[in-house]
Ligand binder design. Sequence first.
Ligand SMILES: [Ca+2]
Length: 543
Amino acid sequence: MKKLLLTVAMTTIAGIAFAQGPNESGTYYQAADGKSGAALKTTLSKIINPHTNIGYDGLFKAYESTDRRPDGKVRDWYSATTNYSFSDHGGYRQEGDSYNREHTVPQSWFGSGIIKSDVIQVVPTDGYVNNRRSNYPFGEVLNATYTSNQGYCKLGSCKTEGYSGTVFEPNDEIKGDLARIYFYMVTCYESQAAGWGHGVFSNANQGFENWAVKMLMRWAKQDPVDDRETKRNMACYACQKNRNPFVDYPGLEDYIWGDKKTTAFSYDRFEGGSSVEIPVVAMPVFSQDAGTYYDSISVELSCATEGAVIYYTTNGTEPTAQSTRYDKAISISKTTTIKAVAIKGGVTSWHADATFIIMEAGSQEELVPAEDGTIQLCDDLFGTGYAGPINTNDTQDLEGTQNGVNIVYGLGSGQNRYCNSSQIRLYPGNELKLSVTDGDIVSLEFLFAEGSPYTTLMVGGQDLQEGKWSGQAKTVTVMYGGTKKHARLDGVKIGVSGSAGVKTVSLGNQLTGKRVVYNLRGQRVANPANGLYFVDRKKVIIK
Ligand SMILES: [Ca+2]
């Protein structure tokens, strides 16, 4: 008898030890075991709330782990064309200037408190697009009054049944992510959510207006949880010590708002979402990130909906069931946009598209030779490495020499200073001093980052017209002439008289990975068309 008891005890212990929730959540959700419907939501609320308050400024630090793209840049939830470093948050005039912290449930709806700094719901987005979203609800746009670059997000009248105001429509690829954030919000802040109102939140439907929950349920199914979203949820847990259960348990929303309201939840043997066949098909997923490549690549397509067939185009037209049927990896040797849909039982998924830019080094092309060369004002020149940006805290001047020209970037009398791997910024009071020991500088032409104003540089108190200077001097000191913000400089083209001249700019880096692309006018280009560009100071042909 004793022996038998011992066996039972050991089995029980072993059972507890091995019962684990998904995504390394362990026994985090154990208290919700056996619960269903409204009781399940309330229990989940007690599990995920309270959580650590990382603070409003703490969000920027958190994004370095929660929203880092594979190339190290910021994942922008509202823009498909930005390449922000984590320090690129600040003022903006247009899309691409800087990112900021976006409250997916607008702050004006809930006021203050820990919700303001909840990293699960406050995400990095382009500042300008965020500003256009204002505090409009999410919805589906009928007639757009504004679209962000490449039509990634839209603002306009609403076509979603049940709502008639202005809405902001996020891109298809983040609709599901946002739906699950909203499910999280009404669960985590269960006692407050109904009061957020604004035609979205209410006492009905466990926190939502009818139209809103119907749309969000649909969004969650059409854009299911993927690896990126799961990893973000784990990173959020590392920061603020709570999780979004709707990401850990795909389809959990059906247990609260769908057809599984009477089904008991199991944290370690979760059965997934709806058992009813809902006529939606998940959008296709690409095996490679859209972006810039230096060699041919092979791209695979997949679809989370079993039995769905993928059709695609590479000529810019919208894919249909009459387009090429996907059956093997697509080999890409020139710049190509793939547009794809998945179709099953007559139901078509959302469209997915990705542009793959293939570059070829233009080996025989050289930059403009002596006495008229371009110097990129980047980390390579200043030798500061790529570890991170230089800012006001580093008071030491940055100094670099290339092709006989010495360039010093200093704080001067300014309050701010900033540079990163590809550009420097001239704030009011900053100085950029260029000098030569052999001959004289006779001309300067600054290369501005895309979107940066070019009429606000000064030499000796004189405005430079379009960033150009000519004269004769051993040393030229350039300052910012505006009063707001700063000028963002990518490079400077320098003419030098005398025997040495400016030598041909040489190629330093290996051509791997993603690169900043410049057009022939020296401006950064986010999405280059076919043609000739500068990459790593070398001319390349994008074909
Ligand atoms: Ca998604």
